[in-house]
Design a protein around this ligand. Sequence first.
Ligand SMILES: [Zn+2]
Length: 156
Amino acid sequence: MHTQIEHHGVTVLLAFNDGEWLVLTRPTSTHWLSLDSFDPGITPESTREEAIESIKTRLIGAPPPNNHENSSSYCCGKCGKRGVRLWREYETFLEQQTLTCAACLEAERGKPIDPDRCDSVGWRVAAVPTPDGSSYWGFTSVPMAAVQWWRSLPLE
Ligand SMILES: [Zn+2]
């Protein structure tokens, strides 16, 4: 019998076979897992619920939809630039969000951005899309993997 686990937009298929828990399908990109070599931390004595919980705690995030950085919704509200890191306004309703690229942010502030410490700049924070791309993670709740997605984008 298989158990399908969905968490943070990632689907994992789990099975109990011959006294062993087996992870049948792994997320396609380990980048989004808290582990590189998959060690589910499940023993044969684990209950189904324990196994599911164990998998979930190891799924620390999911990427935005494929190629989200080039989608029409993820572009600078000022210059229209895509495929780069964008910032959103902190604590502003989604409908009123304006995304800003590094170049426009630097022009606005009149000083350069430090690429290594730029998750928050002034009252703007990293715009990190949720797995379905419909919203953004709260600044303090962004999963590490999603932060890595954002940081992997070029500044300009
Ligand atoms: Zn811009």
